[in-house]
Design a protein around this ligand. Structure first.
Ligand code: DGL
Length: 259
């Protein structure tokens, strides 16, 4: 099967990694829009235009399933900024797969981008669980992670900056796919069970795809600096035998010269 992923940058690799390690020998596509990262503080019209072009590209490539590996985009799609039903692929929402891991009346801390918090989409979905929610936008996390600074005093102090006054929660939703890269630091500062929406996605995908034992094939499409993306991707996916290709793809900005 052909399974497509998308994110503003390397964050969605935290989802791709769990899916590829579970289902193995399918053909995966991943769009990392590093030219436009972060989506969390970009005008939403820009994000929508890019996503529409991407979905068209995925349709033309015969993708069977598209996985939202970006909460910011999904929080807009669930608000119907794009009519996702009109495309030929099945669409897997990341927000729904995060909320499916929440129990009734849980005390929840949602960590997400500014745009995700502003849409209120998580808040609305969590109403069905009668959960109490505290939301914190952490806009410095994404640039930090894209720069490859995942450990050490800078990462620790930025996590502290946003979270030091938080006490304890039943669940902490990592509502941005970049954030699992900082989960060790987050765990040190706030008490609560960490929810990685990617785990819900893996469960949901079991209804759509089989586990294959062949070698996975991954085609990466990157809008920004490919070498930087390759470096970070190798750190996240680790040593593997996957059949991987990297290509440049710029969307929503016709006429822009790629790096
Ligand atoms: N990783 C994305 C998300 O899950 C986008 C983060 C960003 O670009 O601000 O929201």
């Amino acid at each position: 099967m052909k399974i497509g992923f998308f994110d503003s940058g390397i964050g969605g690799l935290t989802v791709l990694k769990k899916v590829v390690n579970t289902f193995k020998g399918h053909h995966y596509f991943y769009f990392g829009d590093t030219l436009n990262v972060p989506y969390g503080s970009k005008p939403i019209e820009k994000i929508i235009n890019i996503l529409k072009e991407l979905f068209h590209f995925y349709e033309e490539n015969g993708i069977d399933i598209v996985v939202a590996a970006c909460n910011t985009s999904d929080s807009l799609i669930l608000r119907n900024y794009i009519d996702i039903r009109k495309y030929n692929f099945n669409y897997i929402s990341i927000l729904e797969n995060a909320v499916s891991q929440i129990n009734e009346r849980d005390k929840v801390l949602l960590l997400a981008t500014e745009n995700t918090v502003r849409t209120g989409t998580y808040r609305e979905l969590l109403v069905s669980k009668k959960a109490t929610v505290n939301e914190i936008a952490c806009p410095l996390f994404v640039p930090l992670i894209e720069e490859g600074i995942w450990h050490g005093p800078i990462a620790e102090s930025i996590v502290n900056f946003y979270l030091k006054n938080q006490k304890s929660y039943d669940k902490i939703i990592l509502g941005c796919t970049h954030y699992p890269i900082l989960d060790k630091h987050i765990k040190k500062v706030v008490k609560g069970n960490i929810i990685d929406p990617a785990d819900g996605i893996v469960e949901t995908l079991k209804n759509y795809i089989s586990i294959k034992n062949d070698n996975p094939k991954i085609d990466f499409y990157v809008s920004g600096n490919i070498n930087k993306f390759i470096h970070n991707t190798e750190r996240i996916l680790g040593k593997n035998t996957f059949d991987i290709s990297y290509k440049n793809l710029v969307l929503g900005e016709s006429g822009v010269i790629p790096w």
